[in-house]
Design a protein around this ligand. Structure first.
Ligand code: NAP
Length: 303
């Protein structure tokens, strides 16, 4: 049996692993994909203290190596369920392959990309529709692209694509951006970037692969088609649909306060999967530290 099982190896989960190992607890980290979470797709993290110029992948690798060197165990399996043991003193975390027992569980499962919800969106993924500019941007070198969204992800995606693509439209439903002004100003300097504001993507035009997008101006109701080969959807994230039997808010995010405690004693929530105001790398890492500290306290209370 492990002391602490951590679900998710993003910044929250990895930080929790570091804190838990430094408290001499045995730690298993379950990760469905690869370590790092969402941050690995960020070309440059500019707002993490003392790391002004580091890529998301480099950052995640350093945190992962730190957790591993401290003795955290990593298993690449997708956690599907958490059940309390019959005597109530531990939890069983089930994956498709195995079952692991731990005294406490930290859910740091992050969130997933929000979809536009257009009829043929799913079938065009990999054929012109992408949710990750740093992963797929290179396929659009010299081509025409659009980014949907107005947050930091959309702005950074657009800036990244501006270096590669012939054209980058930024389609945003309002006239003000949610993302940082510095990035907006940087985009304004790029001759191949065009802002399409107060507008939504209302149709994906395709002939086996994406050929264009229909955008509708929300003020005038006018529609027009932009010929693009690639659309990068960056309209935020939604909670992953695995609730793990803990209480959630109406938003779908796990209901846990700043102490990261869920409604189930012994199960904690850290990072983007927790209901919170500010979802940032630094707050995810902070949650990891808090959740691990609370989990260590909880385990001590079992004696
Ligand atoms: P976000 O900040 O939530 O922004 C989502 C954007 O998508 C908003 O502009 C929103 O429009 C728009 N949107 C939402 N639903 C939509 C829909 N159905 N149709 C069209 N547009 C829609 O998400 P994010 O950009 O992914 O960023 C998530 C968090 O990570 C943020 O806190 C962000 O600051 C952070 N982040 C930080 C960095 C960095 O610091 N380097 C990089 C990336 C992300 P409205 O504005 O009208 O609501």
């Amino acid at each position: 049996m492990y002391d602490i099982i951590i679900i998710g190896a993003g910044p929250a989960g990895l930080t929790a692993a570091i804190y838990a190992r430094r408290a001499s607890k045995s730690v298993l980290v379950l990760e469905a994909l690869t370590y790092g979470g969402q941050i690995i797709n960020t070309p440059s993290i500019a707002n993490y203290p003392a790391a002004p110029d580091i890529s998301g992948f480099e950052f995640a690798t350093k945190v992962y190596e730190q957790a591993e060197a401290l003795g955290a165990e990593f298993v690449y399996e997708k956690a599907a369920d958490i059940q309390r043991s019959e005597n109530g003193a531990s939890f069983f975390v089930k994956t498709d392959e195995n079952e692991y027992e731990g005294k406490a569980v930290i859910i740091a499962a992050g969130s997933v990309n929000r979809k536009l919800g257009l009829p043929n969106e799913e079938e065009l993924v990999g054929r012109g529709v992408s949710y990750c500019a740093t992963c797929d941007g290179a396929f659009y070198r010299g081509k025409r692209t659009a980014v949907a969204g107005g947050g930091n992800t959309a702005l950074e995606d657009a800036l990244y694509l501006a270096d590669l693509a012939e054209k980058v439209y930024i389609v945003h439903r309002r006239d003000a951006f949610r993302g940082e002004e510095t990035t907006v100003n940087a985009l304004k300097q790029r001759p191949n970037v065009e802002f399409v504001l107060n507008s939504s993507v209302t149709k994906l035009c395709a002939d086996k692969k994406l050929t264009g997008i229909e955008v509708t101006d929300k003020n005038t109701g006018e529609t027009r088609e932009l010929a693009v080969d690639g659309l990068f959807v960056a309209i935020g994230r939604v909670p992953s649909d695995i609730g793990f039997n803990v209480g959630t808010r109406d938003s779908g995010y796990i209901d846990a306060g700043e102490d990261c405690r869920t409604n189930v004693p012994g199960i904690f929530a850290a990072g983007d999967c927790r209901e919170k105001e500010v979802r940032q790398l630094v707050t995810a890492a902070a949650d990891g530290a808090v959740a691990a500290t609370e989990a260590v306290r909880y385990i001590a209370s079992l004696r």
